[in-house]
Ligand binder design. Structure first.
Ligand SMILES: Nc1nc2c(ncn2[C@@H]2O[C@H](COP(=O)(O)OP(=O)(O)OP(=O)(O)O)[C@@H](O)[C@H]2O)c(=O)[nH]1
Ligand SMILES: [Zn+2]
Ligand SMILES: [Zn+2]
Length: 228
């Protein structure tokens, strides 16, 4: 049975680095894991995974929200992992709209944040952080101990239940702790029983459908006006 793990986080927060170091820190996992990277327009991660001997695929959402694209394709990803006889399927997605999250019920959900991003980033990152089981903080090598602790506090304010782990994406320091959390077989629902932790917001206006003209005559569907 394939165990799925969803890894989400803002662009360049260190998701690929953390996933590679975590897989490398656990014996025999390189051939036992498949990674699928969800992104919008381009992703170079597949090459990085492949260079490290990890099987990876890229899924580009184009003009769709990557999280909506993720939820419409996750069953096929499961099938891919099963065909390749992987025990673990890790999905990496860069959250861009900060309103959606790929996290699923009963599936280990990880969010990766960068210690260099502002201390209010956890609050702004929305359900990706709020609904994660584990929050990974990267790039702490570039900040002081005090800044690390403030960041941890800010993460826990948004998500008090999350386990917060600091991992250096370059050296891999701390990745073995994440490996312990991920690489333990667990009975889980098959891909037919999956449910999102959070219903994705409706965004159905003329602009979602390709409108480019500005002006109220062209704003059809779900729109909202600022009170000025
Ligand atoms: N100093 C430092 N740099 C890091 C750390 N983790 C990652 N980086 C660097 O941050 C940059 C982005 O890392 P990635 O792992 O590609 O980030 P990502 O979240 O996968 O990026 P996208 O998939 O493009 O959104 C790279 O240059 C990494 O080498 C860390 O803990 N410390
Ligand atoms: Zn990446
Ligand atoms: Zn979205």
């Amino acid at each position: 049975m394939v165990k799925l793990i969803t890894v989400a986080g803002p662009p360049s927060s260190g998701k690929t680095s953390v996933i590679i170091k975590t897989i490398e820190s656990a014996l025999g996992m390189k051939t036992n894991c498949g990674v699928i990277k969800f992104d919008c327009l381009s992703a170079l991660d597949e090459e990085q995974y492949t260079a490290c001997g990890i099987t990876a695929k890229t899924a580009l959402a184009g003009n769709l929200c990557p999280d909506h694209f993720f939820v419409s394709n996750i069953e096929e990803c499961f099938q891919w992992a099963e065909q390749n006889q992987f025990s673990y399927l890790i999905t990496e997605s860069a959250g861009l709209c900060n309103r959606c999250a790929p996290h699923l019920k009963n599936i280990l959900a990880i969010c990766v944040l960068d210690n260099l991003s502002g201390i209010n980033t956890p609050l702004k990152t929305g359900p990706m952080v709020k609904l994660a089981d584990i929050v990974i903080v990267t790039k702490s090598d570039l900040v002081s101990q005090a800044e690390r602790e403030v960041y941890r506090f800010k993460v826990q304010q948004v998500n008090p239940k999350a386990k917060v782990l600091f991992i250096n994406g370059i050296t891999g320091q701390g990745a073995d702790r994440l490996a312990k959390e991920i690489f333990q077989p667990k009975e889980q629902e098959n891909s037919k029983d999956l449910k999102l932790r959070f219903s994705m917001p409706t965004a159905l206006c003329s602009y979602c459908l390709g409108e480019t003209r500005v002006g109220k005559d062209f704003q059809i569907g779900l729109n909202r006006k600022i009170k000025i």
